[in-house]
Unconditional design. Structure first.
Ligand code: BTN
Length: 280
């Protein structure tokens, strides 16, 4: 038992269907590590099958843009999944959307019906116009042994301890607040995530981004909202108009439709979507 709920590999494994179980080369839970992403990047990713590594706490958890990811023990989920992909390195761009979609869908499936995705892959809940962050995704990887491999790191607030909550500098939420009756134990949440990720990653490898475009539309919290996009050293303002076939966010500006690519921009929602706004 680690912390407030039982959390070990066997309690996750028993909750997986046979197909998901077979998709994983290994599923491991450790008490403490610097960062699950860093650890899977240090290891060789197997030629086939997924690898999952969960940690009860991280002492060097990393977020995007070089920020730390606070990872207190006994409460939240911190894990990474590694996998090889066919094709070119550029494919990893679309992967960030796919990971966000799979994670949000898994959260909805366990009862957190308000979870959406802030492009490209922040897990958020719209609380009367304020986007509260439920979790974040950090995708790393590159070439290994001549092939493309990715490490998908996910941090998800399950039951945020009060001491850790006081240090968070942005609106946040956790599953405890989002699910009627409270959050399930972490093994239940972890199993739901692995089922969803295994399906999504296999489909992305075989079929690309196309099957995910309608799935994203159902989760898109920026749709029709006024947003500020930080592109290099300038701010571009426009209305978010969904995503393009390659996963770029489409921003409707005075100068026309501008495609924004993940990794190059930071997007902030300004106004909530207009009711009855055109989706054309
Ligand atoms: C973000 O900035 O929104 C991304 C946060 C990603 C955090 C997760 S926790 C598990 C994995 N290990 C890390 O060090 N980071 C990711």
């Amino acid at each position: 038992m680690n912390g407030v709920d039982a959390f070990d590999a066997s309690s996750i494994l028993v909750r997986l269907d046979a197909a998901t179980h077979a998709a994983f080369a290994s599923i491991e839970v450790v008490d403490a590590i610097d960062s699950t992403n860093s650890e899977l990047l240090r290891r060789r990713t197997p030629d086939s099958g997924l690898v999952a590594l969960f940690a009860d706490r991280q002492h060097g958890g990393r977020g995007r843009q070089g920020r730390p990811w606070a990872s207190p023990p006994g409460a939240n989920l911190y894990f990474s999944v590694a996998r090889r992909f066919t094709g070119e390195l550029a494919r990893l761009g679309g992967l960030s959307l796919v990971a966000g979609i799979a994670t949000a869908e898994a959260m909805r499936a366990i009862g957190a019906g308000g979870v959406g995705v802030k492009w490209p892959n922040d897990l958020v809940v719209d609380d009367a116009g304020t986007l509260r962050k439920l979790g974040g995704i950090l995708i790393e990887g590159g070439l290994q042994d001549g092939g493309v491999r990715a490490v998908i790191g996910i941090g998800l607030n399950v039951r945020m301890p009060a001491e850790a909550a006081s240090a968070i500098d942005q609106p946040w939420t956790d599953l405890q607040a989002q699910i009627a009756g409270g959050a399930p134990t972490r093994d239940v949440v972890a199993a739901a995530l692995l089922v969803s990720l295994a399906e999504a990653l296999a489909r992305f490898d075989a079929e690309g981004l196309a099957p995910f475009l309608p799935r994203f539309e159902a989760l898109d919290v920026l749709r029709d909202a006024q947003v500020d996009a930080q592109v290099a050293d300038r701010t571009v303002t426009g209305v978010a108009a969904g995503i393009a076939d390659d996963g770029a966010l489409r921003l409707r500006t005075d100068a026309g439709l501008l495609p924004l690519h993940a990794g190059e921009v930071r997007v902030r929602r300004r106004g909530v979507p207009q009711s009855g706004a055109s989706r054309a």
